[in-house]
Each structure stands twice: as C-alpha cells, then as structure tokens.
Design a protein around this ligand. Structure first.
Ligand SMILES: Nc1ncnc2c1ncn2[C@@H]1O[C@H](COP(=O)(O)OP(=O)(O)O)[C@@H](O)[C@H]1O
Ligand SMILES: [Mg+2]
Length: 272
C-alpha cells in the first residue's frame, strides 16, 4: 500500500549551492574515483579540520544527495535501517536514513562511526564490500544498493582507546583519506573566507593556530581546529578584542588546564 507523504523525500538531501571547500591534498580526485568505482571511504582526522564540509562539497560535485548521521552510543541498527511505526490503526514501515540512501543512490555519511554500538557497525559490512546489499531483517528483505549509493564514515584516531576502536574487519573495507590541518596558506584562505576577515588577520590567527598545535607535544590533547580559528576571527570581526576572542574561542574550548590556557593566551598576546 502506498502512503503518500509518508515516504521521506530524498529531495531535501540534495545540496543546491556549492559549499566552499579548499582542497588540501588531492582528496577531491581520490574521492571522485572512489565514488565512480563504488568504493566506501573513511575520512580520518581531528575534529574541525573540514571533513563534513568536504563531504558536502563532494555530494554537490557528484550531484548525489547527502544523508548525514551523527553516530552516538545509543544508535541502534533500527535507527539506521528503519522500523514499523504505529499510525492510528495501522503499522507503517518507515525507512531509516541508511535504507533511504541505499534506495535512492545517496552518499550516506556516518559521522564518528566509532561511537555507534558494535551491532550497528556490523550492518554496514555487507554494504561495504562487493555485495553492496542491506539486509532489512524486520521485513525479511535484502535491498540491493543503487549504483550511486556511497558509504562514507568519519573517524578520529586521536580519540580512540582500546575499548573504542573500529574493528579491523570494519576498517579494512574502506579507503582512508587522511585529513590534517591545512597548510598555512590554505588555512588562511579558509579563515579569511569563512570568518569574513582580512588576510592579515586570518594569517595571524593561523599563525597562532600553528603555535597552539605545537603545544600538543606538551600535554595538549588535541590542537586547535580550523573551526575554532574561524570562530575567533568572527568574534574579532564583530568587535571583540583579539585577546578576548582568542581566550573564549581557542584557549577555553580546547583545554581545562589553567596553565595551558595561560600559555595559549601568552602566544596570542605575542601575535596580536
Ligand atoms: N579545507 C577547507 N575548506 C573550506 N572550509 C574548511 C576547510 N577546512 C575547514 N573548513 C572550515 O572549518 C569548519 C569546520 O569543518 P568541518 O568540516 O565541520 O570539520 P570536521 O567535520 O572535520 O569536524 C567548516 O565549517 C569550514 O568553515
Ligand atoms: Mg564533522
């Protein structure tokens, strides 16, 4: 039975305008080849370095819908695949995001996939080898993926512990594109554009970013993200004094250690 309006509309997942993305190391070409050859891709790298923006950009370029799922520890297989819902007197099947993407040839992006429960990662296995099928257990169906369907996952190796790591059997199904912070030139362009600040200011923020990232060897858990540099730039553009902007957008978010926060502020003072 067809229930008009109940089927989720794939159109809403299309990206109409090109998301700005500055290429760092040939990732656009690699991803395009993977897409053409039905190869699943893993984006590896620290937070805020452009992974999400990159997938949005690629979905636009490849003219495929993009369905993003933020993975978390309560994410079940049904959340991805779908479930029967009670609507008045009848039960209707509701496709989950993965099923929707598999049917309609979308890029399905599982963000921070390592957060998801182990049984959840298992259901992506038959989709990420040459079978390209999704078993829908509750319906007793096996769904073949549309040609344009592509599975993309993100993964931050910096956070992983022994308890929380992707299994080799999962890892070894994906081509992995490594994301790092962009070179100073590219990162300056990104900060300039995204924060709407001039090149000199963007350059100073990127310089500070480089120095803060060096603190990683001195006890900082993770370097400052491009995203935070953009926040700092945005605050400065809005009239917040540079030092204060660096405090609230860089020093405070990345560490709780007062000594480390002070060190970061000293670096900011020296630059601004
Ligand atoms: N190479 C890049 N090109 C364009 N914007 C970028 C780039 N890298 C980072 N950014 C900017 O940084 C922000 C954070 O990136 P995002 O893709 O959300 O990071 P991630 O998904 O890796 O955590 C983006 O919103 C974008 O403004
Ligand atoms: Mg992201």
């Amino acid at each position: 039975m067809i229930h008009p309006g109940r089927e989720r509309d794939i159109g809403q997942y299309r990206i109409e305008r090109e998301p700005f993305y500055a290429e760092v190391r040939g990732e656009v070409g690699l991803f395009s080849i993977a897409a053409r050859n039905k190869m699943p891709v893993m984006l590896k790298g620290p937070t805020g370095c452009g992974k999400t923006r990159f997938v949005q950009h690629m979905a636009y370029r490849l003219e495929r819908p993009l369905i993003t799922v933020a993975c978390h520890e309560d994410l079940t297989a049904s959340d991805l695949v779908g479930r029967y819902l009670l609507k008045g007197q009848e039960t209707v099947w509701m496709d989950g995001p993965l099923t929707l993407g598999v049917k309609h040839g979308a890029i399905v992006y599982l963000d921070e996939v390592v957060e998801a429960r182990k049984d959840t990662t298992v259901i992506i296995h038959p989709l990420s080898d040459d079978r390209r099928v999704l078993p829908i257990e509750k319906k007793g169906q096996i769904l073949e993926a549309a040609d344009d369907f592509m599975l993309v996952i993100s993964y931050n190796p910096g956070y992983q512990s022994v308890l929380k790591d992707l299994k080799q059997s999962t890892k070894q199904r994906f081509m992995a594109i490594e994301f790092e912070y962009p070179s100073p030139e590219i990162e300056t362009t990104v900060v300039e554009r995204e924060a709407g600040v001039n090149q000199a200011l963007a350059g100073s923020l990127v310089k500070l970013g480089g120095k803060v990232r060096n603190l990683k060897n001195h006890g900082l858990e993770e370097g400052v993200s491009t995203r935070l540099l953009i926040y700092a730039g945005t605050l400065i553009r809005q009239g917040v004094p540079a030092e204060r902007a660096c405090d609230v957008a860089i020093a405070r978010p990345i560490t709780d250690d007062p000594d480390m926060q002070r060190s970061i502020l000293e670096l900011a003072k020296a630059i601004f």
